[in-house]
Design a protein around this ligand. Sequence first.
Ligand code: PGA
Length: 246
Amino acid sequence: MARRPLVAGNWKMNGLKSSIGELEKIVAGARSLRDTDVMICPPATLIESFAAAASGSAVTIGGQDCHAQAEGAYTGEISAEMLRDAGARAVIVGHSERRQYHCETNEVVRAKLLAALRADLLAILCVGETRAERDGGRTHEVVDSQLDGSLPDGTKNVVIAYEPIWAIGSGETPTASDVGAMHGFIRELLAVKCGQAAAEIRILYGGSVKPSNAKELLAVDNVDGALVGGASLKAEDFLAIAGVYG
Ligand code: PGA
């Protein structure tokens, strides 16, 4: 089963209106990529202008988080419907920084994922263990319970991002064989939860993906692309990563 790779950039809380030039470079560079889906998830303030600049190109725009409700008295929040209205076609849910700094539980993440599907957005669901959990031999257990708690059975329009928390922004990555083992494990869990659709669900690797390690990490079995943080802020680096698949 050939899954079309996806390379998505998560800009986190970075970027101003003046960053549009970087997006334009990404849009121009992505023109030559025939076999890869390319996405940028800028801060919410830039979604509308980025979606306009990427319109008609191979680059799609995503949000970084959404609220579970469609509308209402939730000061400061942004709903999945609002993201779609602004031009987003996808949204990241359950990023470890949301889980950690905003105390998002699996239950909250699950509700956000359902909101994304309701608004017809592709949901990118993040899972991954902390350093302490890994050292304690609990990686499989943690990822299993995150997937079980936040992914509704039978979900189709979803991408999983395996992001070991200790690898995010640290410059450290698991070995290619560790990544392969985890992605294989996640594929098995998906088969139980989603049946035949599991074979079509893309599993991205995230955590310190850079031009220098992308080729090795993205060649691993069951790695169907990358979720890129820091290195997605520079068009040249991001395109070098996205260009691995051609
Ligand atoms: P990083 O972030 O590439 O800067 O490690 C990845 C992420 O948090 O999605």
